[in-house]
Design a protein around this ligand. Structure first.
Ligand code: IPE
Ligand code: IPE
Ligand code: MG
Length: 254
């Protein structure tokens, strides 16, 4: 048995950046004989509660995968309803974010979203820019592969303009061109609804993230469920390619 699974949770070992693949709205609705959009509506309520739950638990940055680049392939009605819900959510939250000092940021091809949504996002990002304690990042029209292509294009343009030197290329110099530029990598990635895949989410940024899969459908995901994921994270040992002994030289020598 690995020592990591037996170690007690370290109460101070809270992940700084938690990223969540919010999944299971459709199944939640289906199980109740409701239309899928009702699941999304309930999912928005969970977004609200989890935003504050994460902050209460000591998380500094929360990224929520709200709409993937592939989600445009869903039925037109559902896509339209999701965009409507997003607009409504942003309209309602703007003042709340300002009141509660939540900084809003986005990742994804924002220019591909409806104009109304873009305007609300820009206004909210602008009005919450100064808040340094807690950041909510919405992944919208996000896909890791399009992010890579966009970054490669921007990087190539910078090389062409003489702002970057190809010979100096490194992950750090390239990562400045990702949507996540300036953000810390996620420490913990949670996916709800029992699916165990990444679905094109933060693939490079999660290179060394801890993964946690919860069977709970997103509309039912509670503060206790988030706390359980964080407690599980706190028991793990992140080795980054090294050995356990290297990480705990004193304990190992005993
Ligand atoms: C996640 O719930 C929400 C979005 C992807 C927008 P789903 O709509 O994927 O729910 P399931 O997977 O069909 O249950
Ligand atoms: C991932 O969920 C995208 C979001 C949570 C926004 P999906 O439900 O779209 O993922 P797949 O299609 O099951 O992989
Ligand atoms: Mg799904």
């Amino acid at each position: 048995m690995s020592s990591a699974s037996q170690a007690p949770a370290d109460p101070l070992n809270v992940p700084r950046h938690v990223a969540i693949i919010m999944d299971g709205n459709g199944r939640w609705a289906k199980a109740r004989g409701l239309p899928r959009i009702e699941g999304h509506r309930r999912g928005v309520e969970t977004v609200r509660s989890v935003t504050y739950a994460a902050r209460d638990l000591g998380v500094k940055m929360l990224t929520l995968y709200a709409f993937s680049a592939e989600n445009w392939n869903r039925p037109k009605d559902e896509v339209g309803a999701l965009m409507g819900l997003l607009e409504l959510y942003l309209r309602k939250e703007l003042d709340t974010f300002v009141r509660d000092r939540v900084r809003l940021m986005t990742v994804g091809r924002i220019e591909g979203l409806p104009r109304g949504v873009q305007r609300l996002l820009a206004a909210t990002v602008e009005r919450t820019r100064e808040f340094a304690d807690y950041t909510l990042v919405l992944a919208l029209n996000y896909g890791s592969r399009t992010e890579m292509v966009d970054a490669a294009r921007a990087y190539a343009a910078a090389v062409g303009a003489g702002r970057e030197k190809l010979n100096d290329a490194s992950w750090d110099s390239f990562a400045k061109y990702l949507y996540t530029s300036g953000m810390p990598d996620p420490d913990l990635v949670i996916r709800t609804s029992g699916e165990t895949r990444m679905s094109n989410f933060l693939l490079m940024q999660a290179a060394y993230a801890e993964l946690y899969f919860s069977p709970v459908l997103w509309p039912d995901f509670s503060k206790a469920d988030l706390a359980a994921a964080i407690a599980d994270f706190a028991r793990r040992e992140r080795r980054y390619g090294m050995t356990s002994e290297q990480l705990k030289p004193v304990a190992a020598a005993k």
